[in-house]
Design a protein around this ligand. Sequence first.
Ligand SMILES: [Zn+2]
Length: 376
Amino acid sequence: MFNFSEIPCIDNHCHPYLFEVDPQHYAPLESFVGFKDGSPESNAHRDHMLYNRWAIRELAKFLGVDPTAEAVAKARAAVGDEGAYVTRLFADEGIKGLVIDTGYPQPPVDMVEFRKRVPTTLFPVFRIEPLIKALLDERVAEFATFISRYDSAIRRALREEGFIAVKSIIAYRTGLEIKMEHESDAAGATGLAAALAKPTEMMASKPLRDHLLLRALRICREENVSFHVHTGIGDADIVLARCNPALLNETLKQPGYRDTKVVLIHCYPYVEEASWMAAALPNVWIDLSEGVPFALVATDRIFEKGLDLAPINRIFFGTDAFAAPEHTWLGAKLAKQSLARVLQSFHERGFIEGSEGYEIAEKILIGNARDMYLAG
Ligand SMILES: [Zn+2]
């Protein structure tokens, strides 16, 4: 049986978090789904999720306490130095770095404080939607001014502010079916006027958002960085019918865009479609976060489907950690165990050699992230 517990990893997609350790409420037990108002009903909803029950048991082992939410939360509240605790937690699973989407939460987390509490290598990702919102809220009506401020803010983030990639959550706004007819400046200018005329109607901003996403893709190509795009499930705000990554296929195969490195974030439950895109297009990578770890029992299926067609150098491990470092720790533990089962099965079926198992796991857990974010 393969054992990948010693392979280090980089979390390809997560968010910064600051929280007070509260013995009554333990952040790592939150999933991205559910209702987080702290009421007995919402807590009961959470406590019936399999992810939650499994997370309690795993964390109880790490903290050396009884497997109850209360005991785990109490032990966590007593750990003392947060930075030292996170260092120990991350060392336990060989977590070497976090690719971190600073666009959530809003308002942004204080990254100086975050770095103190989570002492690891960070790869920050710049999200375009807060920038678009700021420009729209300011009612910048002249298209040339809007675009000049938009482009330069992205380039500044990449060149001067330490961001290593650009991200969009257009799936949460107007969907992934980007219309190429919105590419021209004339279409962008019309789109800006429409968005400003109907600020409360999200779909009125679709031409503008399509235009701005295409601009960002071109900037990423010129700056030689990757573009991350949310696909698949999210919280209840997602435009569910418009988040299938296959909707991006038309755009990503266009001559002006097929040289931009695009990372499809999450993909679940559309992992098969995403795996096909990573195989069919020269510029597509897939990230399997969020399904791992929160769709706990789907993890083996997610890795299996990811490996359907996608080349092994196009797949990232990630977690979508959004509330606490334990999300990444739980995701890493789960991913290593799951990859061992999945690749063992491939080996037994004669699909891979024994030596390939380690190679594949190493690429998914860390090698592909190193190649993407540290090379060149
Ligand atoms: Zn996320």
